[in-house]
Design a protein around this ligand. Structure first.
Ligand SMILES: Cc1cc2nc3c(=O)[nH]c(=O)nc-3n(C[C@H](O)[C@H](O)[C@H](O)COP(=O)(O)OP(=O)(O)OC[C@H]3O[C@@H](n4cnc5c(N)ncnc54)[C@H](O)[C@@H]3O)c2cc1C
Length: 244
């Protein structure tokens, strides 16, 4: 991938989404002409956070805000604090407002939203895989006539629902927006769907209905979802995926 310039941002706000996930709102410098397409990612690093070879520790993060948010000169990264051993994610979770974060990018041209497409849009995500999907959804809802949007989102349990309030607002204010959540580790009292995302899909998506589909999550979820969609008649070219 062709190298992009490194931009110095500072953390404007840290929004705790769930016990393990926070969104880091990064303020761009005033003169920045940074631009990206919904779905792309940046390489993030923190000044002075270097590895044993004296190189900056860098990790890829999808941009979870919309390009429309650049009007207010910021972008957002939504990062899970990986348990023991999560080198960069633990470091950034111990940051505070005002701290510097360098970003390099944007990267990734394969998993980007094709705008102004009137086809119904289907988004299938798991865990922090909702990050680039949220960027796409925010972008679509900013269009004059947004297409129909259906979101299927899998996460462990109630407390792990990233962007819950925002999605509830979309549901209440957009007749064409629908969302189904699936808990992989349901707690007593949960009456909704539970299990692995690909296992639940046959009841939700029995057959292809002309949707353009974007999937993001861990590799097992993505491959299981892609192979189910194929069996349900979704043409390969209508299905876009990202995984980590
Ligand atoms: C295109 C792309 C987009 C991404 N977008 C996002 C995003 O939006 N949000 C997000 O949260 N993540 C995203 N990621 C993942 C992210 O890049 C990092 O991989 C993630 O944050 C973990 O980095 P880390 O430094 O905290 O963990 P690392 O230190 O890299 O460790 C990763 C895993 O390996 C284990 N591990 C580390 N060292 C060892 C060891 N010696 N022995 C055994 N196990 C070990 C850790 O416990 C951990 O589970 C994305 C990845 C890609 C490729």
């Amino acid at each position: 991938m062709a190298k992009r310039p490194v931009i110095e941002t500072h953390i404007e706000a840290i929004i705790q989404e769930t016990p393990r996930v926070s969104t880091f709102r990064l303020k761009l410098p005033k003169e920045s002409d940074f631009f990206f397409k919904a779905g792309q990612f940046v390489m993030a690093s923190i000044p002075d956070f270097i590895n044993e070879r004296d190189r900056p520790v860098r990790r890829a993060y999808s941009i979870s805000s919309s390009p429309l948010d650049l009007e207010r000169n910021y972008l957002e990264l939504t990062i899970t604090r990986v348990g023991e051993g999560g080198y960069f994610s633990n470091r950034i979770h111990s940051s505070k407002e005002g701290d510097l974060v360098q970003i390099e990018g944007p990267y990734g041209n394969a998993f980007t939203l094709k705008e102004e497409n009137p086809s119904p849009h289907l988004f299938i995500g798991a865990g922090s895989g909702i990050a680039p999907l949220r960027a796409m959804i925010r972008t679509l809802l900013g269009e004059v006539s947004p297409p129909k949007i259906n979101v299927i989102y899998g996460f462990r349990k109630t407390e792990d629902f990233i962007f819950e309030q925002e999605f509830l607002t979309y549901k209440e204010s957009n007749a064409g927006f629908s969302m189904t959540v699936i808990h992989s580790r349901p707690e007593p009292g949960w009456n909704g769907l539970s299990g692995r995302v690909p296992d639940v899909l046959p009841t939700l998506l029995p057959r292809y209905k002309g949707e353009v589909t974007y999937i993001c999550g861990h590799p097992e979820m993505v491959s299981g979802t892609v192979s189910y969609l194929k069996s349900a008649g979704y043409p390969e070219e209508s299905v876009h995926k990202e995984q980590w």
